[in-house]
Design a binder for this molecule. Structure first.
Ligand SMILES: *Cc1c(COP(=O)(O)O)cnc(C)c1O
Length: 390
C-alpha cells in the first residue's frame, strides 16, 4: 500500500507539492508573512472590503443581536432572521424572484448541480469551469459534455446532440459557464450563449464569482450588465467570499427552483447554517457594493486594471490579469524572484491550468494605491514574454 509520504515525495519530485502560507495580519494590499511585509497581488478581495471597518462593525453588531452560532441546519431550527433577510436582499439586488444562500460558493455549486440534475439529463460545461462546478456536475450523475473554452460552435453541436439525447425521457439540459474565468480573467460571450440555450430549450447556470461587486450596474454582475435577470438566465450563482469580503455562496433563481433546492440540495440540508452575524455582515456588504462607496471603489479598481493590463499586454476585462509564462519552472522562478522583491503574486501551475500554460496570476484590489500599481508594473517587466534576457 503506498504511503502518504511516498505520494508527497512524488509531488515534490514533479514540483507540484503545495504548501500553506500563513498570513499574520488582516487581509489587505500589505500583508505580513513570517514577519516580513509584502505587497499583495494574490487576493480576491477586489474591493478591499475584507478588513473594512463598516463590515467589521456589522459583523460585531450581528453577534451582539443574534449570538455567535446558528445552532442547527437551516431546515431544523437554524434559519434565523438575518438568513431570510439576506436572501431577500440578494434576490432584490440581482433582480431575481428568489435566492438561497449556502455556506460557501463551493457548497452552492455542488449542491445546486447535484440536486437539479441527474441520470438522463445532460450538463454541458465550458472547459475552464471552476472545480466546484465540475465536482457538482460529476456528483449529479448526469451525462457530461465539455466544450473548448468560449467555443460557441462546439457548444451548439453539443446542444443539438443533447436535445435528441434527452427527448424521450423528458430530461433537462443545463449549460454551465462563468461570467469571468478565474485563471484567465476573460469573460464568457454571454449574449451568444443565452441565444443558443434558448434555441435548444436548455437552462443556463452562470457563476458570477469574479464578477459580483466588480462588473455591471452597481456591481451586480455580468448578467445585469446585459440587462438580464432570471427570466433569461435560469440559475445565477456567486459568492460573498471575493469582492464582498466575507464568505458564503448564493443561488438566484425562480422561487420553485430555490424551494426545490431546500428539499434536495444536500450541501444545504446537511450542513449547519452559517453564523447569523455573517448574514448581517453580507447585507452590509451588498449595501456598500451597490452604493456610492462601491462606485468609488470600482472606479479605482478599474483604473488600476487598465494600467496593469496595458503594461502586461492583456485585455482589461476583470480584476484578474494573467501573465502566461508557459513552463512550471519559469513561473515558479518568477514568483519566487518577485517574492524576494516583496511581492506576493502566485504561480498557477498544472493541474490548475493546462500543461504549458503556467502563469503568474495578478489580482488587483480597489485598495491598491497608484504607487503600488506602479511598483507592480516595474517589478513584473523583466518576466514579460519578449522582455530582454528572456
Ligand atoms: C471562488 C469560486 C467559487 C467558490 O466560492 P467559495 O465561496 O470560495 O467557496 C466558485 N466558483 C468560482 C468560479 C469561483 O471562482
Amino acid at each position: 500500500m503506498r504511503s502518504p509520504e511516498e505520494e508527497l515525495g512524488e509531488l515534490e519530485a514533479r514540483q507540484l507539492r503545495r504548501r500553506l502560507r500563513r498570513i499574520d495580519s488582516p487581509q489587505g494590499t500589505h500583508v505580513t508573512v513570517e514577519g516580513r511585509e509584502f505587497l499583495n497581488f494574490s487576493s480576491n478581495d477586489y474591493l478591499g472590503l475584507a478588513n473594512d471597518s463598516r463590515l467589521k462593525a456589522a459583523f460585531i453588531d450581528g453577534v451582539e443581536r443574534f449570538g455567535a452560532g446558528s445552532g442547527a441546519s437551516r431546515l431544523v431550527c437554524g434559519t434565523m432572521g438575518p438568513h431570510a433577510e439576506l436572501e431577500e436582499s440578494i434576490a432584490a439586488f440581482k433582480r431575481s424572484e428568489a435566492a438561497l444562500t449556502f455556506s460557501s460558493g463551493y457548497a452552492t455549486s455542488v449542491g445546486t448541480l447535484s440536486a437539479l440534475m441527474g441520470k438522463g439529463d445532460v450538463i454541458i460545461l465550458d472547459k475552464l469551469c471552476h472545480a466546484s462546478l465540475i465536482d457538482g456536475a460529476r456528483l449529479s450523475g448526469a451525462t457530461l459534455r465539455v466544450f473548448p473554452h468560449n467555443d460557441i460552435g462546439k457548444l451548439e453541436s453539443h446542444l443539438q446532440w443533447a436535445e435528441k439525447e434527452v427527448a424521450s425521457a423528458n430530461g433537462r439540459i443545463l449549460v454551465v459557464t462563468e461570467s469571468v474565468f478565474s485563471m484567465d480573467g476573460d469573460r464568457a460571450p454571454l449574449a451568444e450563449i443565452v441565444a443558443l440555450k434558448e434555441r435548444h430549450g436548455a437552462w443556463l447556470l452562470l457563476d458570477e464569482a469574479h464578477a459580483f461587486g466588480v462588473i455591471g450596474p452597481q456591481g451586480s454582475g455580468l448578467a445585469a450588465e446585459l440587462g438580464w435577470d432570471d427570466g433569461r438566465i435560469d440559475l445565477q450563482m456567486g459568492t460573498f467570499s471575493k469582492a464582498a469580503g466575507l464568505s458564503g455562496g448564493y443561488l438566484c433563481a425562480r422561487r420553485a427552483v430555490t424551494d426545490l433546492l431546500i428539499n434536495r440540495a444536500r450541501s444545504f440540508i446537511y450542513s449547519t447554517a452559517p453564523t447569523p452575524a455573517l448574514a448581517v455582515a453580507a447585507m452590509e456588504s451588498i449595501a456598500l457594493i451597490s452604493g456610492e462607496e462601491g462606485e468609488r471603489r470600482r472606479e479605482r479598481l478599474w483604473q488600476s486594471v487598465r494600467l496593469v493590463a496595458e503594461a502586461i499586454g492583456v485585455t482589461a476585462g476583470s480584476a484578474i490579469l494573467p501573465i502566461i509564462l508557459g513552463s512550471n519552472e519559469a513561473t515558479l522562478e518568477a514568483s519566487e524572484a518577485l517574492k524576494e522583491n516583496g511581492f506576493l503574486i502566485p504561480a498557477i501551475r498544472y493541474p490548475t491550468v493546462p500543461k504549458g500554460q503556467a502563469r503568474l496570476r495578478v489580482t488587483l484590489s480597489a485598495a491598491h494605491q497608484a504607487e503600488d500599481v506602479a511598483c507592480l508594473t516595474e517589478a513584473v517587466r523583466p518576466f514579460l514574454p519578449g522582455a530582454p534576457g528572456e
